[in-house]
Design a protein around this ligand. Structure first.
Ligand code: HSE
Length: 433
């Protein structure tokens, strides 16, 4: 029986889940994969702290370097999150010839180039299935199942917290803060939840997907990013009236002049396959030139789903062994060529616009004139009547318009005396599936 000796960094949500699977499913893993996993050491900030998992005190250390430098550790599993320290430990492990499994999307989005480069040099594996889509095997699908394809587009919901919040706001009329508090209590949110609600977590994940789906380096901050923090319950309700759901989408599309890549709240027609992905579920809709559309769906956050992905990475490493570095070509391509990300200002799209206006004669004509002057054509328009002279919401749906024209028009509209507050602008996606 092959034994793989594991050093675990971090025993939070995911770390506890991994420890639990590796200790509960010893027989199943041996029977299915012919591998025995032995946890040699676990690094935690505070070894004295009470924990949900029971483990021998002697396994615990506060010194993460003692784990990555331990000659008896074959694979380091980095689950501490954050970037600065995780980067040091991962690189030290690779320098010492140890394979690495990580769920750290921020680390790979920001320092993927140096980490994958080092892994190639040291002929070590860096496995990161848990970094995107929680328990969904999307990285494996890209590396293996879809390898015969050129990937032409990705439409994805890859932040469980945002999706949970939008679902609760839509189905339970819950307010944003309460929904976020629930997502935190369920262990979906990042330690700093701004990463979730400002879209940055999805931006990190899309950068990782792009690297392996489209084959090349990408600077994650070139991906346009907007989160859900400005979405109001009224936007969800108005979108519903027009036949749409609001989802935080991470989108990438290939074209002759580069790749369009963005993370943003999006109106999706209710019948779109991603519109019914709810709660903490994630989904990745990939379009390959041979296979057509493939939808991967599953729990995108939480201890057990994410731990499931980490354990599958461990099994992969055990099966491949050190000698067969067959993935090197794919890694090299993902590190050594660069992807050209297009500016989103040239992108054509339909838009949902929501203004708060004082209900006076002439207001609508002022707004429609500015839109017309910017070549933006209105497809639907609804004003919610209260009493004359009061502030009312005015919703405009547009035909396809250039993003730069829409931004310029909104800047002018927001300066009108009759406009209250900042107007809402959300793209409408009507494309694939
Ligand atoms: N905070 C992340 C999310 C966790 O909500 O999707 C999974 O990466």
């Amino acid at each position: 029986m092959q034994t793989v000796r594991v050093g675990l960094l971090g025993l939070g949500q995911i770390g506890s889940g991994v420890y639990s699977i590796l200790t509960r499913k010893v027989r199943e893993l041996e029977a299915q994969c012919g591998v025995r996993f032995e946890i040699k050491k676990v690094a935690v900030k505070n070894p004295g702290k009470k924990r949900s998992v029971k483990l021998p005190r002697k396994l615990l250390t506060a010194n993460a370097f003692a784990v990555v430098r331990d000659p008896e550790v074959d694979v380091v599993v980095e689950l501490i999150g954050g970037v600065r320290e995780a980067r040091l430990y991962v690189k030290e492990a690779l320098r010492r010839g140890k394979h690495v499994v990580t769920a750290n999307k921020a680390l790979l989005a920001e320092y993927g180039d140096e980490i994958f480069e080092l892994a190639c040099q040291r002929k070590c594996w860096v496995q990161f299935e848990a970094s995107v889509g929680g328990g969904i095997p999307v990285i494996k699908a890209l590396r293996e199942g879809l390898v015969a394809n050129r990937i032409d587009s990705i439409h994805s919901i890859i932040n469980g917290t945002s999706n949970y919040i939008l679902t609760r706001m839509s189905e339970n009329q819950m307010d944003f803060k309460e929904a976020l508090a629930q997502a935190q209590a369920k262990g979906y949110a990042e330690a700093d939840p701004r990463l979730d609600i400002e879209g940055i977590d999805a931006q990190h994940k899309l950068a990782i997907l792009l690297r392996f789906a489209f084959g090349g380096r990408v600077k994650f901050d070139q991906i346009d990013c907007e989160g859900i923090s400005r979405i109001r319950s009224e936007d969800i309700a108005f979108a519903e009236e027009f036949g749409y759901r609001i989802k935080l989408l991470a989108i990438a599309k290939r074209s002759d002049d580069g790749i369009e890549a963005r993370v943003q709240p999006t109106l999706l027609p209710k019948e779109h396959i991603l519109a019914s992905v709810n709660g903490s579920f994630n989904a990745v809709l990939l379009r390959g030139d041979e296979v057509g559309d493939v939808l991967l769906y599953g729990r995108g956050a939480g201890s057990r789903p994410t731990a499931s992905a980490v354990v599958s990475d461990l099994v992969d490493i055990a099966k491949r062994g050190s000698g067969r570095f067959a993935d090197a070509a794919l890694m090299m391509r993902a590190v050594r060529s660069s992807l050209k990300i297009k500016s989103t200002s040239s992108i054509l799209s339909r838009y949902y616009l929501r203004f708060h206006v004082t209900d006076r004669p002439g207001v609508l004509s002022q707004i429609s004139k500015i839109l017309g002057d910017h070549a933006i054509s209105i497809s639907d328009c609804v004003q919610k009547i209260r009493s004359e002279g009061s502030v009312v919401p005015l919703i405009v749906l547009t035909h396809a318009a250039h993003e730069s024209d829409v931004r310029d028009a909104i800047r002018l509209i927001d300066r009108l005396k009759s406009i209250r507050g900042k107007s809402q602008v959300i793209r409408i996606e009507s494309g694939a599936a």
